[in-house]
Design a protein around this ligand. Structure first.
Ligand SMILES: C[S@@+](CC[C@H](N)C(=O)[O-])C[C@H]1O[C@@H](n2cnc3c(N)ncnc32)[C@H](O)[C@@H]1O
Length: 273
């Protein structure tokens, strides 16, 4: 993925079916819980890096009769989002292909500009945040939620899962991203001189048979079927045999009765001055 300029970067997960299906389960009620109380009916919201659009549709339902616009650099993601909105019967969400670095909107177009799990994939994060602020109206909200992969706590210990975490960090950074973005959101918002900055955090926690099965199965497949594995091989960080071993470890973990996984999701809210 590139905007054609100096910011060349690769989206670590890619858009294989297993990734898109996994992201399409996300809801605005969970992902944007820190933003929803600040969004009134009638508001116009932009969701940058919207992926398959399930969060955007939830935002649209929340602001009706306002509008939510989902934007993603991937045409496949935008197509998936349009299908999701049609199936769900959400008429006040629309989706467009475009880059966060060059948002195709005039200054001050939105009451709120939101992004979920996008900035840890970006190289030029300051430029991206400046562009989000540009399309927010003065006093409008800027909201980001980003994972911090450095906060993963899991049980039982497994050397292949430890190895996966190291690989994830290495591939993500090689791709131009920052896997520990969560802890850096406050610095990013301060640097952009946003007003009324509020930082909070919530936790994704998998500790039921259903949730460990879903998370473990998804990563068991993602290691083999999505861009993360391909890039690990391409960068000379792992070979296919090692990826197979990691995949098997996630599958075994997914049904372990003591399986536990948590990591911190940092939430940043600010206003365009
Ligand atoms: C981890 S996904 C998150 C999708 C969605 N926000 C969610 O939480 O389910 C990151 C998304 O950001 C998109 N993306 C990456 N770089 C982008 C850019 N420069 N401009 C717009 N979207 C971008 C990817 O195509 C991908 O759909």
């Amino acid at each position: 993925v590139s905007d054609g300029g100096e910011r060349r970067e690769t989206y670590t997960h890619g858009h294989s079916a297993v990734v898109v299906e996994h992201h399409a389960r996300r809801t605005a009620g969970e992902a944007a819980a820190f933003l929803l109380p600040h969004l009134a009916p009638g508001a116009r919201v932009l969701d940058v890096g919207c992926g398959p659009g399930s969060i955007t549709c939830g935002l649209a339902e929340h602001v009706a009769p306002g509008e939510a616009v989902g934007l993603d650099v991937s045409p496949e993601a935008v197509e998936a989002a349009r299908r999701h909105a049609a199936t769900r019967g959400v008429a006040n969400a629309r989706f467009e292909v475009g880059s966060i670095y060059q948002l195709p909107y005039p200054d001050g177009s939105f009451d709120a500009v939101f992004g979920h799990q996008v900035f840890h994939h970006l190289r030029a994060r300051t430029d991206a945040l400046r562009e989000m602020a540009r399309v927010a109206r003065p006093g409008g909200l800027i909201a980001l939620r980003e994972v911090d992969w450095g906060t993963v706590a899991h049980w039982p210990p497994d050397p292949h899962i430890e190895r996966f975490l190291d690989l994830y960090h290495a591939v993500s950074r090689e791709n131009g991203g920052e896997p520990q973005m969560g802890r850096r959101l406050r610095a990013l918002f301060n640097e952009a001189a946003l007003a009324d900055v509020r930082i909070g955090a919530s936790v994704w926690c998998y500790a039921t048979p259903e949730s460990t099965r879903e998370w473990g199965e998804a990563y068991s497949r993602r290691v083999l079927e999505s861009a993360i594995g391909d890039k690990a091989v391409e960068y000379g960080l792992a070979d296919r045999a090692e990826l197979e071993a990691i995949s098997a470890a996630f599958r075994a973990w997914s049904t372990h009765p003591d399986a536990f996984w948590s990591f911190v999701q940092v939430e940043a809210l600010g206003r365009r001055a």
